[in-house]
Design a binder for this molecule. Structure first.
Ligand code: PEP
Ligand code: MN
Length: 354
């Protein structure tokens, strides 16, 4: 349930209503400050509450509404229709992920392989206009015999790349035991597709402060995905970005996954959270990545994640879907800007000064 306060409600009145909800109604209200209005969110046992009774608490209350979706905090209704931003402080400056902000591009290799390659890739993707470097230290691999990532030592290499370039770092956590050391290096913590419903992991990333990138499980429905986001929000972390990375359908012959671009408008109507698309895992083939990246922006995505490797044929993981730095540069300089312009996302892919 949400209580929408009228524009211009005095701060003291919001505090008084919040206090009354607590003391008289025994609720745990959450104050949500939107662009235009303040909304007080109520999650929990609200079934017995009568909206009209709550409405009588103050003449400053505009409306009392029930949130119909099972995902409460993640729902767009919970913020009375307003989008939320995820704001990340990187050494290069503050980056906003969200509907009303420029497109944010995240790029880098699937796995962190060695210092030279990660620092070199970071430099190249930064020069092309990426704001974040991605790279796995802990890799979820289908085969136990495949490269598993360099683990903790790779975190040190990501820190070196951050230091050298100022790019924000996005890297995956697979095990709750690694969370603290990952959070020391990462600006955004990734929960991968295979862990989307690892509820203990979701609770743990929800109980810390770093923003979380939540990838869609490969067979997850949109509702299951938003309920997974709800776990993080319910644990107290409001900084969640959703990332579509392709789902399993009946045909895997030519593309690794089916990139579900229809989630963009669907999520936009269901949730206030920022939306990222990963066309690299979505297609599994480098040659298809540029068109799907362009299509993602046209569909209205807020952010892109693209795998880039200095020498894809020698990559330790996901080489076939990785762009070379040259191909990534062309995508960023020539192919994406016209779409960004048409979509009115303020076209800020300009390279940041070295
Ligand atoms: C990745 O980002 O490298 C990754 C493993 O992605 P996903 O969880 O989407 O498969
Ligand atoms: Mn990968």
């Amino acid at each position: 349930m949400i209580i929408v306060m009228k524009i211009g409600t005095p701060e003291a009145e919001i505090d008084r209503v919040t206090e009354e909800l607590h003391s008289h109604w025994n609720l745990t209200p959450e104050k949500i400050v939107g662009r235009y209005k303040v909304v007080i969110g109520l999650v929990g046992d609200t079934a017995e509450l009568i909206p009209e009774q709550l409405q009588e608490m103050s003449p400053w209350i505009e409306q009392v509404l029930r949130v119909e979706q099972p995902f409460k905090r993640a729902s767009r209704e919970f913020r009375h229709g307003e989008a939320s931003d995820v704001i990340v402080n990187t050494p290069l400056g503050v980056v906003h992920f969200g509907e009303h902000h420029p497109l944010v591009v995240v790029a880098g290799p699937c796995s962190v392989e060695n210092e030279e390659m990660i620092v070199e890739t970071a430099r190249r993707v930064k020069a092309a206009g990426a704001k974040f470097l991605r790279g796995g230290a802990y890799k979820p691999r289908t085969s136990p015999y495949a490269f598993q990532g360099h683990g903790e030592s790779a975190l040190g290499l990501l820190a070196a790349a951050r230091e050298a370039t100022g790019l924000g770092i996005i890297t995956e956590v697979m095990d709750t035991a690694d969370l603290d050391k990952i959070a020391e290096v990462a600006d955004v913590i990734q929960v991968g597709a295979r862990n989307m419903q690892n509820f203990s992991l979701l609770k743990k990333v929800g109980a810390q402060e770093k923003p979380v990138l939540l990838k869609r499980g490969m067979s997850a429905t949109i509702e299951e995905w938003l309920m997974a986001a709800e776990y993080i929000l319910a644990a107290g972390n409001p900084h969640v970005i959703l990332c579509e990375r392709g789902i399993r359908t009946f045909d895997r012959q030519y593309a690794r996954n089916t990139l579900d671009l229809s989630v963009v408008p669907v999520l936009r109507s269901l949730t206030h959270l920022p939306i990222m698309i990963d066309p690299s895992h979505g297609t599994g083939k480098a040659e298809y990545v540029p068109s799907m990246a362009m299509a993602s922006i046209a569909a209205g995505a807020d952010s892109l994640m693209i795998e880039v490797h200095p020498n894809p044929s020698r990559a330790l993981s996901d080489g076939p879907q990785s762009l070379t730095p040259e191909r990534f540069d062309r995508l960023m300089r020539e192919e994406l800007p016209p779409i960004i312009k048409v979509m009115g996302r303020s076209g800020e892919l300009a390279p940041v000064p070295a």
